[in-house]
Design a protein around this ligand. Structure first.
Ligand code: PGA
Length: 249
């Protein structure tokens, strides 16, 4: 049984004060939830405040990006060790907005995943095709290449610590969700490729769906065999809507 992960990606929204207000409203709404891993990914400046507020609760904290070095002359970057020290347990890696706007490559994503694992952080490794790639019929080729390059040289023993997020770029922030069947097809394909790489350990990998997940579509997505959770953008910004998604059952 894979424990579902529901992660909220706040992107570049919320000051620390706004983040704290969210957490105070959100914790009581999800206090009874035990069978779901709940993750909040605020911008860097709010990680410490959010981590302190959720300490001892059923909610954990993620960053939205990470550097692959422990430390060094990398102006503007944050290392895995610094994130762990700030109270984060997860980090989102390879989000399509980072690939698109900051030229993040599969090789950089691979180095970041390795660095996160070495620091004891759980990587939430994002991949997904663009609309033109889907229309050209190359969805499976694209996600396969992203998956294999992103996880290159990572041994099967790390499988339980790796979270994959399938996020079709055309569904992110557009209100156009993949159908549960479209998502399941890709998730099953990814699970098959993970099996090729890691054998039975692939069964323990949580594969999240992301892209316009809302309170009214989460349940049908979660009903699919290989959908093990969600990475939620817009609908994670308000405590009540994100709590409804967390309590999808
Ligand atoms: P969305 O974003 O839920 O607003 O579509 C998802 C994401 O980018 O992780």
């Amino acid at each position: 049984m894979r424990v579902p992960v529901i992660a909220g990606n706040w992107k570049m929204y919320k000051t620390s004060g706004e983040a704290a207000a969210f957490v105070r409203a959100f914790l009581p709404l999800v206090a009874g939830v035990r069978e779901v891993e709940i993750v909040l990914a605020p911008p860097f400046p709010s990680i410490v405040a959010v981590a302190e507020l959720v300490r001892g609760s059923n909610v954990t904290v993620s960053s939205q990006n990470v550097h692959f070095a422990d430390e060094g002359a990398y102006t503007g970057e944050v290392s895995p060790r610094m994130l762990a020290d700030a109270g984060a347990t997860h980090c989102i890696i390879g989000h399509s907005e980072r690939r698109q706007y900051y030229a993040e490559t599969d090789d950089a994503v691979n180095r970041k995943i390795k660095a996160a694992l070495a620091a004891g952080l759980t990587p939430i490794f994002c991949l997904g095709e663009t609309l033109s790639q889907r229309e050209a019929g190359s969805t499976f080729d694209v996600v396969e290449a992203q998956l294999l390059r992103g996880l290159n040289d990572i041994p099967a023993k790390e499988a339980p610590k790796v979270v994959v997020a399938y996020e079709p770029v055309w569904a992110i922030g557009t209100g156009r969700t993949a159908t549960p069947e479209q998502a399941q097809d890709v998730h099953a394909f990814l699970r098959g490729r993970l099996k090729g790489m890691w054998d039975d350990a692939a069964e323990s990998v949580r594969i999240l769906y992301g892209g316009s997940v809302k309170p009214d579509n989460i349940a049908t997505l979660m009903a699919k065999q290989d959908i093990d959770g969600a990475l939620v953008g817009g609908a994670s910004l308000a405590a009540d809507s994100f709590a409804k998604i967390v309590k999808f059952k």
